[in-house]
Design a protein around this ligand. Sequence first.
Ligand code: GDP
Length: 418
Amino acid sequence: MTVVAVVGAQWGDEGKGKIVEAIAPKAALVVSYAGGYSPGSTLVVEGERFVLHVVPAGALRSGRACLLAQGMALDPRLVLDELAILEQHGALAAPLEIDQRAQVVLPHHVLLDALRDESEGASGSPRRGVGPAYMDAVARRGVRMGDLLTGDGLAQRIEASIEASAHALRELGGEVPDPKAVHDEYVAAGEKLRARIVDGSRRITDLTAEGGTVVLEGPFGTMVDVTHGYYPFVVGSSTVAGGACVGTGISPRSVDKVIGVAKAYITRPGLGPLPSEVTGDLATHLQDRGGELSPTSARPRRCGMFDVPVLRYAARVNGFDEVALTKLDVLTGLDEIPVCVGYELDGDVRDEPPFEGQSRMQPLTEMLAGWRESLADCRTYAELPANARAYVEFIERNAGVHITRIGVGPDRAQTITR
Ligand code: GDP
């Protein structure tokens, strides 16, 4: 029995999809344990690009079943749309199931998300209602996927949820949806999903008891975890490895391995602290070569030099057994590469992201030598240029992690296993 958690070490978009793919051949089940809408998990299969917002990339591997677990907040309309696209491409080769305890995103959650984000100055949130659905969950008026099937108290719960948001919706100039229409639409969506709605916690336990391997894929990254990230610039769920147990309903003792995924530089969607942020030519290089565009605004993502304290912190909080370093190829062509090795905050040196004073901290930088050779065709560690290996080993040494996989391009084959 093996349960492997794959967790973002930074702010998300680290390339987890490809790493899950790299380990998925051994997996009977790929599970998403939190979140409900990613800006787009891109997977390139033999030159063809797929962008998935809800369904985990592992679904594209034939024979790998997927589970959207109970820690998620899902819009069933979106799930149905994505399933239809996958079926059309013949890419849904394995079953996709949804936990009965997953929260349901209702239309007014989506509306509220968009209106709030607009009025608060466009944070870069995808505005898909996931945050408001989590708010209703902790306020104990959330609707769960299984409720769409049983119907027990469903109409009242939908009404209460809409009622609780009605004032804010009107204030922000939005229309309040009709509870009856929402009820009917969601019952119909639930009916279409009926065969897929299961007890996910039980499913994982049974599968592992039979000897199957399960991959638990985290959303976003450690630095936007609702508790462990740079609060309040965080998402509504627990993205860290501990969240994998809460979000799936399995024991912490059943997670055998935790793999962290870190990009060879930093990107951060939206607002909030980014101590290693870079501007000018280096930012342009990373944005252009790394394809770092925000899918919601099509604006370049904020970029930063590699942040060692963030990886050191993520490794400690998540307990990484191994780290996959992705997008190393993006650094090709730089004469020298700055790396953030610590922060100075009010005269002290910090080796992990501090709880306080985030707007005052200054990065401490070391310069490493760059390389000009393309990494695209490197398939072994030894084939990497000496300075690229030195970069990997510098990160490894300074963050105290073991880097076992290195991404040298977007294609499935472009991952070096060390
Ligand atoms: P996730 O949000 O962490 O799951 O990130 P994705 O799996 O969506 O990956 C983000 C983007 O990085 C996608 O366009 C991937 O194709 C791309 N990508 C992943 N690994 C690499 C890599 O090693 N090199 C390059 N150049 N692109 C990569």
